[in-house]
Ligand binder design. Sequence first.
Ligand code: DOR
Ligand code: ZN
Length: 363
Amino acid sequence: MIWRDDWSFGAGDMAESLTITRPTDGHLHLRDGAGMADVVGHSSRVFARAVVMPNLAPPIVTTGQAVAYRDRILAALPPGSDFEPLMALYLTDATPPAEIRAAKASGAIVAAKLYPAGATTHADRGVTDVGRIAHVLSEMEACGLPLLVHGEVVDPAVDIFDRERVFLERVLAPLVERWPGLRVVLEHVSTREGVEFVGAAPPRVAATVTPQHLLLDVNDLLAGGVRPHHYCLPVLKGREHRQAVARAATGDSPKFFLGTDSAPHARSRKECGCGAAGVFSAPAALEFYAEAFEAAGALDRLEAFASLRGADFYGLPRPAGTVTLVREPWEVPASCPFGEDVVVPMRAGEAVAWRVAAGSEGG
Ligand code: DOR
Ligand code: ZN
């Protein structure tokens, strides 16, 4: 990591530029088709690679489908990009253990994702009961394929704000205990209880952290009017939870690493009577994290969080090349092309303090 504060001005010794190893996005939705071609460049411009979520319609449930999807992503990349899509398999009640072996052997698939059936976008074919995938989890444990978890119960008796906490008690704690060799990522951790669970768990249990759960709370969703572009799942929680998530991400535990969960939906699907869940952060994701880390006085840990811990968790080599962030305010676009429609990014039309310098891609 290289600090450049030699031309700092004003407030003492604030860093004016920061160069870090190219980051890894541990959780990214790219969709498919024309929409994918429109959004993938936002991520490939900055990130060396990303774990690509499999919740397409229909979902990516076989190794063959994952490899074909990866090829479509590679074909949609801007010319010259060496961005690496790391694929994840979508688990269903019917996933055969042999599919896990095929996934591992393919070299293209780095994880399998547990969506509780009905928990979120295109999760209708997800898992209805962990007991039904017991043999699959044993196979993943045996062959070293990590399990990524959307950690929310779908029990309608549980309030939406409690769904992560109750999932930890009912599902994740027993799962971590029953498969003692399984590596597990609690995706998009959103609660104090989630942070505490991961912190107290063995080193094989980690969590990804999104920019929205670091920077926003439920007031940014609901106070003064409903802001549909801040609606995501897990839903934004109260201030206390955001602070716990921020402390974990900006602290020195290797268990918390970057996963944007950037999830584009067409504007017409967000600004309507029943809006879809998802925050599209890709156009300024690393910059948002830089803001949060600066606010916590932890810019010196941004590289570990963004570029090192996730790669280490997945056992991947640290990517070559660097990106440079400069303190240079700019305005996030009001909208970005997305197939036939547009998608409204996080902080649309507003300023961000940091900018990724052009030409950072090398490596
Ligand atoms: O907000 C979300 N959007 N949460 C998810 O779990 C899925 C994602 C999506 O695919 O849109
Ligand atoms: Zn997601």
